[in-house]
Design a protein around this ligand. Sequence first.
Ligand code: AMP
Length: 115
Amino acid sequence: MSEETIFDKLIKKEISADIVYEDDIAIAFRDINPQAPVHVLVIPKRKVTGFDKLGELEEEEAGKYFQTISKVAESLGLNQDGYRIVFNSGRNGQQTVNYIHAHIIGGRQMKWPPG
Ligand code: AMP
């Protein structure tokens, strides 16, 4: 059993969030500390602790999760100018919350390479 994270509490509605999309599989909400004009996190409702554990989701669930990320980005109006999807994983990836989450970051020009 993995430790309870802030995102577990958010799914249980024990803490509030600015939710932009929700269905049976996934939930998307605005990042509390945005790094761009648009910064939304998308998590599957069934928990895996990180991108390295994506294989613990059923294939169909993982597929729907990825399609949701794409649909949410579109609904945020990001398709025309583009955006970035980030999964931070583990210590070197600077993952701070041990619950898989996709960052949708947009609304400004991104730089490469990332820091
Ligand atoms: P990461 O560093 O990839 O693990 O990203 C975790 C993200 O969660 C950070 O961008 C935080 O700003 C964000 N975050 C932490 N707590 C909350 C919260 N209660 N609501 C929304 N975003 C949060």
